[in-house]
Design a protein around this ligand. Structure first.
Ligand SMILES: [Zn+2]
Length: 385
Protein backbone atom coordinates (compact mmCIF):
# COMPACT_ATOMS: atom_id res chain seq x y z
CA UNK A 1 0.00 0.00 0.00
CA UNK A 2 1.30 3.48 -0.80
CA UNK A 3 0.31 6.43 1.38
CA UNK A 4 0.42 9.76 -0.48
CA UNK A 5 0.03 13.43 0.33
CA UNK A 6 -2.93 14.38 -1.87
CA UNK A 7 -2.47 18.15 -1.71
CA UNK A 8 -0.67 19.13 -4.92
CA UNK A 9 1.00 22.27 -3.57
CA UNK A 10 2.39 20.30 -0.63
CA UNK A 11 3.66 17.64 -3.01
CA UNK A 12 5.53 20.32 -4.86
CA UNK A 13 7.08 21.69 -1.68
CA UNK A 14 8.15 18.22 -0.55
CA UNK A 15 9.78 17.45 -3.91
CA UNK A 16 11.80 14.40 -4.84
CA UNK A 17 15.00 12.64 -3.90
CA UNK A 18 16.90 11.11 -6.81
CA UNK A 19 14.97 7.87 -6.18
CA UNK A 20 11.46 8.68 -5.07
CA UNK A 21 9.02 11.47 -4.27
CA UNK A 22 9.06 12.63 -0.66
CA UNK A 23 5.26 12.85 -0.65
CA UNK A 24 4.60 9.16 -1.07
CA UNK A 25 5.66 6.32 1.19
CA UNK A 26 5.17 2.58 1.12
CA UNK A 27 3.20 1.31 4.09
CA UNK A 28 4.88 -1.91 5.08
CA UNK A 29 2.85 -4.78 6.43
CA UNK A 30 4.23 -6.85 9.26
CA UNK A 31 6.60 -9.58 8.20
CA UNK A 32 5.08 -12.91 7.35
CA UNK A 33 7.00 -15.98 8.36
CA UNK A 34 7.19 -19.66 7.52
CA UNK A 35 9.46 -22.58 8.23
CA UNK A 36 11.01 -24.90 5.68
CA UNK A 37 14.10 -27.00 5.17
CA UNK A 38 17.41 -25.95 3.63
CA UNK A 39 18.34 -28.59 1.05
CA UNK A 40 21.47 -27.28 -0.63
CA UNK A 41 23.49 -24.17 -1.39
CA UNK A 42 24.39 -23.04 -4.90
CA UNK A 43 27.08 -20.49 -5.61
CA UNK A 44 26.36 -17.84 -8.24
CA UNK A 45 28.79 -15.41 -9.83
CA UNK A 46 27.54 -11.87 -10.42
CA UNK A 47 28.76 -9.24 -12.85
CA UNK A 48 31.33 -7.86 -10.42
CA UNK A 49 32.62 -11.38 -9.83
CA UNK A 50 31.05 -11.57 -6.38
CA UNK A 51 30.23 -15.13 -5.44
CA UNK A 52 26.87 -15.33 -3.71
CA UNK A 53 25.60 -18.41 -1.92
CA UNK A 54 21.96 -19.11 -2.69
CA UNK A 55 20.06 -21.35 -0.29
CA UNK A 56 17.78 -23.84 -2.01
CA UNK A 57 14.74 -24.60 0.12
CA UNK A 58 11.79 -26.96 0.11
CA UNK A 59 9.21 -24.77 -1.65
CA UNK A 60 7.00 -22.98 0.84
CA UNK A 61 4.10 -20.58 0.36
CA UNK A 62 4.82 -17.23 1.96
CA UNK A 63 2.85 -14.02 1.64
CA UNK A 64 1.40 -14.80 -1.76
CA UNK A 65 4.39 -16.43 -3.47
CA UNK A 66 6.17 -19.74 -3.38
CA UNK A 67 9.70 -19.37 -2.08
CA UNK A 68 12.26 -22.01 -3.04
CA UNK A 69 15.54 -20.12 -2.99
CA UNK A 70 16.91 -17.26 -0.90
CA UNK A 71 20.18 -15.39 -1.05
CA UNK A 72 22.46 -16.30 1.85
CA UNK A 73 24.59 -13.22 1.07
CA UNK A 74 28.09 -14.29 2.13
CA UNK A 75 30.24 -16.52 4.28
CA UNK A 76 29.90 -14.37 7.40
CA UNK A 77 26.14 -14.33 7.11
CA UNK A 78 26.08 -18.13 6.96
CA UNK A 79 28.26 -18.28 10.06
CA UNK A 80 26.22 -15.70 11.96
CA UNK A 81 22.93 -17.45 11.19
CA UNK A 82 24.56 -20.81 11.92
CA UNK A 83 23.14 -22.38 8.74
CA UNK A 84 23.69 -26.00 7.84
CA UNK A 85 22.41 -28.10 4.97
CA UNK A 86 19.42 -30.07 6.23
CA UNK A 87 18.46 -27.40 8.78
CA UNK A 88 14.92 -26.32 9.42
CA UNK A 89 14.92 -22.57 8.88
CA UNK A 90 12.57 -19.74 9.76
CA UNK A 91 12.10 -17.40 6.80
CA UNK A 92 10.16 -14.17 6.40
CA UNK A 93 9.13 -11.55 3.90
CA UNK A 94 9.19 -8.19 5.58
CA UNK A 95 7.00 -5.65 3.80
CA UNK A 96 6.32 -8.32 1.18
CA UNK A 97 9.64 -7.86 -0.54
CA UNK A 98 12.67 -10.12 -0.73
CA UNK A 99 12.47 -13.13 1.56
CA UNK A 100 15.16 -13.50 4.21
CA UNK A 101 16.37 -16.25 6.48
CA UNK A 102 15.65 -15.26 10.09
CA UNK A 103 17.43 -18.15 11.78
CA UNK A 104 18.05 -21.86 11.76
CA UNK A 105 15.99 -23.90 14.20
CA UNK A 106 18.92 -25.68 15.82
CA UNK A 107 16.68 -27.48 18.33
CA UNK A 108 15.29 -29.56 15.42
CA UNK A 109 18.71 -30.87 14.33
CA UNK A 110 19.19 -34.63 14.03
CA UNK A 111 22.96 -34.65 13.72
CA UNK A 112 22.82 -35.40 9.99
CA UNK A 113 23.14 -31.73 9.01
CA UNK A 114 26.16 -30.80 6.93
CA UNK A 115 28.14 -27.60 7.18
CA UNK A 116 28.21 -25.33 4.13
CA UNK A 117 31.56 -25.38 2.38
CA UNK A 118 32.48 -22.17 0.62
CA UNK A 119 34.32 -22.79 -2.67
CA UNK A 120 37.94 -21.73 -3.05
CA UNK A 121 37.63 -21.46 -6.83
CA UNK A 122 35.08 -19.85 -9.13
CA UNK A 123 32.15 -22.24 -9.78
CA UNK A 124 32.08 -21.07 -13.41
CA UNK A 125 35.69 -20.57 -14.59
CA UNK A 126 37.61 -22.34 -11.82
CA UNK A 127 40.07 -19.53 -11.12
CA UNK A 128 41.04 -18.87 -7.51
CA UNK A 129 38.68 -16.62 -5.55
CA UNK A 130 39.91 -13.55 -3.71
CA UNK A 131 38.63 -11.60 -0.75
CA UNK A 132 39.69 -8.12 0.25
CA UNK A 133 40.35 -7.65 3.93
CA UNK A 134 37.68 -5.03 4.34
CA UNK A 135 35.05 -7.05 2.51
CA UNK A 136 32.84 -10.01 3.33
CA UNK A 137 32.55 -11.12 -0.28
CA UNK A 138 34.68 -13.60 -2.19
CA UNK A 139 35.25 -12.63 -5.81
CA UNK A 140 36.33 -14.19 -9.06
CA UNK A 141 38.76 -11.63 -10.49
CA UNK A 142 39.20 -13.28 -13.86
CA UNK A 143 37.76 -10.58 -16.17
CA UNK A 144 37.16 -13.15 -18.87
CA UNK A 145 35.07 -15.28 -16.53
CA UNK A 146 32.02 -16.36 -18.51
CA UNK A 147 29.56 -15.64 -15.71
CA UNK A 148 30.75 -12.07 -15.39
CA UNK A 149 30.73 -11.43 -19.12
CA UNK A 150 27.12 -12.57 -19.38
CA UNK A 151 26.01 -10.59 -16.32
CA UNK A 152 27.78 -7.49 -17.66
CA UNK A 153 25.93 -7.72 -20.96
CA UNK A 154 22.63 -8.23 -19.12
CA UNK A 155 23.34 -5.12 -17.06
CA UNK A 156 24.28 -3.09 -20.15
CA UNK A 157 20.99 -3.81 -21.96
CA UNK A 158 18.85 -3.40 -18.81
CA UNK A 159 16.11 -0.82 -18.39
CA UNK A 160 18.06 1.62 -16.22
CA UNK A 161 21.15 1.38 -18.42
CA UNK A 162 20.85 1.34 -22.25
CA UNK A 163 17.24 0.18 -22.04
CA UNK A 164 17.33 -2.17 -25.03
CA UNK A 165 13.78 -3.46 -24.92
CA UNK A 166 12.98 -7.02 -25.91
CA UNK A 167 16.58 -8.09 -25.33
CA UNK A 168 16.38 -9.39 -21.78
CA UNK A 169 18.33 -11.92 -19.71
CA UNK A 170 17.14 -14.98 -21.57
CA UNK A 171 18.25 -13.72 -25.00
CA UNK A 172 21.64 -12.61 -23.70
CA UNK A 173 22.23 -16.08 -22.27
CA UNK A 174 20.94 -17.81 -25.40
CA UNK A 175 23.06 -15.72 -27.80
CA UNK A 176 26.10 -16.18 -25.58
CA UNK A 177 25.66 -19.94 -25.51
CA UNK A 178 25.31 -20.00 -29.28
CA UNK A 179 28.55 -18.05 -29.57
CA UNK A 180 27.00 -15.14 -31.46
CA UNK A 181 27.37 -12.66 -28.58
CA UNK A 182 30.66 -12.49 -26.71
CA UNK A 183 30.91 -8.99 -25.31
CA UNK A 184 29.19 -5.59 -25.10
CA UNK A 185 30.21 -4.35 -28.59
CA UNK A 186 28.85 -7.65 -29.90
CA UNK A 187 25.33 -6.43 -29.07
CA UNK A 188 25.63 -4.11 -32.07
CA UNK A 189 26.99 -6.79 -34.41
CA UNK A 190 24.45 -9.54 -33.91
CA UNK A 191 23.97 -11.78 -36.97
CA UNK A 192 20.23 -11.37 -37.44
CA UNK A 193 20.09 -13.91 -40.29
CA UNK A 194 21.38 -16.55 -37.89
CA UNK A 195 18.98 -15.44 -35.19
CA UNK A 196 16.16 -15.81 -37.71
CA UNK A 197 16.86 -19.53 -37.82
CA UNK A 198 16.58 -19.94 -34.04
CA UNK A 199 13.30 -21.36 -32.87
CA UNK A 200 10.99 -18.77 -31.37
CA UNK A 201 12.38 -15.83 -33.35
CA UNK A 202 9.82 -14.60 -35.85
CA UNK A 203 10.34 -11.69 -38.20
CA UNK A 204 8.45 -9.37 -35.89
CA UNK A 205 10.51 -10.13 -32.80
CA UNK A 206 13.73 -9.71 -34.79
CA UNK A 207 12.53 -6.38 -36.18
CA UNK A 208 11.68 -5.19 -32.68
CA UNK A 209 15.02 -6.30 -31.30
CA UNK A 210 16.93 -4.70 -34.16
CA UNK A 211 15.04 -1.40 -33.75
CA UNK A 212 15.64 -1.39 -29.99
CA UNK A 213 19.37 -2.05 -30.42
CA UNK A 214 19.70 0.69 -33.03
CA UNK A 215 17.69 3.10 -30.91
CA UNK A 216 19.99 2.54 -27.94
CA UNK A 217 22.99 3.90 -29.87
CA UNK A 218 21.85 7.44 -29.17
CA UNK A 219 21.19 6.95 -25.46
CA UNK A 220 22.70 9.78 -23.39
CA UNK A 221 26.20 9.30 -22.03
CA UNK A 222 25.11 8.81 -18.41
CA UNK A 223 23.15 5.69 -19.37
CA UNK A 224 26.18 4.27 -21.12
CA UNK A 225 28.41 5.00 -18.12
CA UNK A 226 25.93 3.33 -15.79
CA UNK A 227 25.71 0.42 -18.23
CA UNK A 228 29.45 -0.21 -18.05
CA UNK A 229 28.87 -1.60 -14.59
CA UNK A 230 31.81 0.15 -12.95
CA UNK A 231 31.79 -0.89 -9.32
CA UNK A 232 30.07 1.58 -6.96
CA UNK A 233 28.82 3.71 -9.88
CA UNK A 234 25.05 3.90 -9.62
CA UNK A 235 22.67 5.95 -11.73
CA UNK A 236 23.22 9.18 -9.80
CA UNK A 237 27.00 8.94 -9.92
CA UNK A 238 26.82 8.06 -13.62
CA UNK A 239 24.97 11.35 -14.23
CA UNK A 240 27.56 13.30 -12.26
CA UNK A 241 30.33 11.65 -14.26
CA UNK A 242 28.66 12.27 -17.63
CA UNK A 243 28.30 15.96 -16.80
CA UNK A 244 31.94 16.22 -15.77
CA UNK A 245 33.37 15.48 -19.22
CA UNK A 246 32.89 16.31 -22.88
CA UNK A 247 33.81 12.83 -23.99
CA UNK A 248 34.06 9.56 -22.12
CA UNK A 249 37.73 9.22 -23.08
CA UNK A 250 38.46 12.32 -20.94
CA UNK A 251 38.38 9.97 -17.94
CA UNK A 252 41.60 8.29 -19.07
CA UNK A 253 43.64 11.32 -18.04
CA UNK A 254 41.76 12.00 -14.79
CA UNK A 255 43.51 11.20 -11.53
CA UNK A 256 41.76 9.96 -8.40
CA UNK A 257 42.15 13.48 -7.00
CA UNK A 258 40.36 14.93 -10.05
CA UNK A 259 37.50 12.52 -9.50
CA UNK A 260 37.24 13.22 -5.78
CA UNK A 261 36.24 16.81 -6.54
CA UNK A 262 32.99 15.57 -8.05
CA UNK A 263 29.82 15.44 -6.03
CA UNK A 264 28.97 12.01 -4.56
CA UNK A 265 32.40 10.62 -5.41
CA UNK A 266 34.30 9.33 -2.39
CA UNK A 267 37.65 7.55 -2.16
CA UNK A 268 36.25 4.10 -2.90
CA UNK A 269 34.30 5.29 -5.94
CA UNK A 270 37.17 7.40 -7.30
CA UNK A 271 39.53 4.43 -7.04
CA UNK A 272 37.11 2.16 -8.85
CA UNK A 273 36.53 4.63 -11.72
CA UNK A 274 40.25 5.29 -12.03
CA UNK A 275 40.96 1.55 -12.24
CA UNK A 276 38.29 1.04 -14.85
CA UNK A 277 39.76 3.65 -17.20
CA UNK A 278 43.32 2.44 -16.58
CA UNK A 279 42.39 -0.97 -17.94
CA UNK A 280 43.40 -1.34 -21.57
CA UNK A 281 40.68 -3.85 -22.37
CA UNK A 282 38.01 -1.46 -21.14
CA UNK A 283 39.38 1.32 -23.34
CA UNK A 284 39.45 -1.01 -26.32
CA UNK A 285 35.82 -1.87 -25.69
CA UNK A 286 34.89 1.84 -25.57
CA UNK A 287 36.80 2.48 -28.79
CA UNK A 288 34.88 -0.36 -30.42
CA UNK A 289 31.61 1.19 -29.26
CA UNK A 290 32.66 4.55 -30.63
CA UNK A 291 33.47 3.02 -33.98
CA UNK A 292 30.09 1.33 -34.08
CA UNK A 293 28.57 4.78 -33.63
CA UNK A 294 27.45 4.95 -30.02
CA UNK A 295 27.11 8.29 -28.31
CA UNK A 296 30.22 8.72 -26.18
CA UNK A 297 30.07 12.50 -26.05
CA UNK A 298 28.19 14.47 -23.47
CA UNK A 299 25.57 16.28 -25.51
CA UNK A 300 24.70 19.20 -23.31
CA UNK A 301 21.09 19.90 -23.96
CA UNK A 302 20.06 23.44 -24.72
CA UNK A 303 17.21 24.24 -22.45
CA UNK A 304 15.86 26.88 -20.14
CA UNK A 305 17.17 24.87 -17.23
CA UNK A 306 13.82 23.23 -16.68
CA UNK A 307 13.88 19.48 -16.61
CA UNK A 308 10.27 18.63 -15.85
CA UNK A 309 10.02 16.25 -18.79
CA UNK A 310 13.14 14.51 -17.57
CA UNK A 311 14.71 13.68 -20.93
CA UNK A 312 11.64 11.85 -22.22
CA UNK A 313 11.25 11.67 -25.98
CA UNK A 314 8.49 13.18 -28.10
CA UNK A 315 7.36 13.06 -31.68
CA UNK A 316 4.55 14.97 -33.40
CA UNK A 317 2.53 13.61 -36.28
CA UNK A 318 -0.36 14.98 -38.29
CA UNK A 319 -1.61 18.57 -38.28
CA UNK A 320 -1.84 20.33 -34.93
CA UNK A 321 -4.86 22.56 -34.34
CA UNK A 322 -3.49 25.12 -31.89
CA UNK A 323 0.27 25.03 -32.09
CA UNK A 324 2.78 25.41 -34.85
CA UNK A 325 4.87 22.25 -35.07
CA UNK A 326 8.11 24.15 -34.42
CA UNK A 327 6.63 25.90 -31.37
CA UNK A 328 5.41 22.62 -29.93
CA UNK A 329 8.84 21.07 -30.39
CA UNK A 330 10.45 24.07 -28.74
CA UNK A 331 8.12 23.64 -25.75
CA UNK A 332 9.30 20.07 -25.36
CA UNK A 333 12.95 21.06 -25.41
CA UNK A 334 12.43 24.03 -23.11
CA UNK A 335 11.08 21.58 -20.52
CA UNK A 336 13.92 19.12 -20.76
CA UNK A 337 12.28 16.72 -23.21
CA UNK A 338 13.76 15.53 -26.48
CA UNK A 339 12.44 15.42 -30.03
CA UNK A 340 13.12 12.26 -31.98
CA UNK A 341 12.66 11.74 -35.69
CA UNK A 342 11.11 8.32 -35.92
CA UNK A 343 8.86 5.86 -34.15
CA UNK A 344 10.88 3.27 -32.24
CA UNK A 345 10.80 1.73 -28.79
CA UNK A 346 12.90 4.73 -27.73
CA UNK A 347 9.91 7.03 -28.16
CA UNK A 348 7.93 7.94 -25.01
CA UNK A 349 5.18 10.17 -26.41
CA UNK A 350 3.56 10.43 -29.82
CA UNK A 351 1.37 13.54 -30.13
CA UNK A 352 -1.26 12.97 -32.75
CA UNK A 353 -2.88 15.76 -34.78
CA UNK A 354 -5.36 15.52 -37.67
CA UNK A 355 -4.73 13.14 -40.56
CA UNK A 356 -2.01 11.19 -38.79
CA UNK A 357 -0.64 8.37 -40.91
CA UNK A 358 1.96 5.65 -40.74
CA UNK A 359 3.72 6.92 -37.63
CA UNK A 360 0.53 6.44 -35.62
CA UNK A 361 0.03 2.95 -37.00
CA UNK A 362 3.59 2.02 -36.14
CA UNK A 363 3.38 3.52 -32.64
CA UNK A 364 0.24 1.50 -31.89
CA UNK A 365 2.30 -1.65 -32.20
CA UNK A 366 4.78 -0.59 -29.51
CA UNK A 367 2.87 -0.64 -26.27
CA UNK A 368 5.35 1.46 -24.28
CA UNK A 369 4.62 4.55 -26.39
CA UNK A 370 2.01 6.88 -24.95
CA UNK A 371 -0.20 8.17 -27.74
CA UNK A 372 -1.75 11.50 -26.78
CA UNK A 373 -3.67 14.37 -28.35
CA UNK A 374 -2.53 17.96 -28.65
CA UNK A 375 -4.77 18.93 -25.74
CA UNK A 376 -3.29 16.20 -23.56
CA UNK A 377 0.18 17.36 -24.55
CA UNK A 378 -0.61 20.91 -23.43
CA UNK A 379 -1.96 19.56 -20.14
CA UNK A 380 1.24 17.58 -19.66
CA UNK A 381 3.36 20.73 -20.13
CA UNK A 382 1.08 22.68 -17.80
CA UNK A 383 1.16 20.00 -15.08
CA UNK A 384 4.90 20.11 -15.12
CA UNK A 385 5.14 23.85 -14.70
ZN1 LIG B 1 34.99 -16.98 -12.65
Amino acid sequence: MVVKVNELTMQEQLGMTSHHPRWAIAFKFKARQATTQLRSVEFQVGRTGAVTPVAKLDPVFLGGVTVSSISAHNEEYIREKDLKIGDHVLIERAGDVIPQIVKSLTELRTGNEKSIEFPKTCPVCNSLLFKEETEAVWRCINIECEAQVVEKIIHFVSKDAMDIKSFGDANVRKFYELGILKDIPGIYQLPFETIGTIEGFGKKSIDNLQAAIEGSMQQPLHRLIYGLGIRFVGETTAKTLANAVENIFDFISKTEEDLLILEDVGVKVAKSIHEFFKNEQNIKMLQALEQIGLQLKNIKKESTGKDSLGGQTFLFTGTLAQLKRSDAEAMVEANGGKIVTGVSSKLNYLIVGDDAGSKLEKAKKINTIKIISEVEFLQLIEQNN
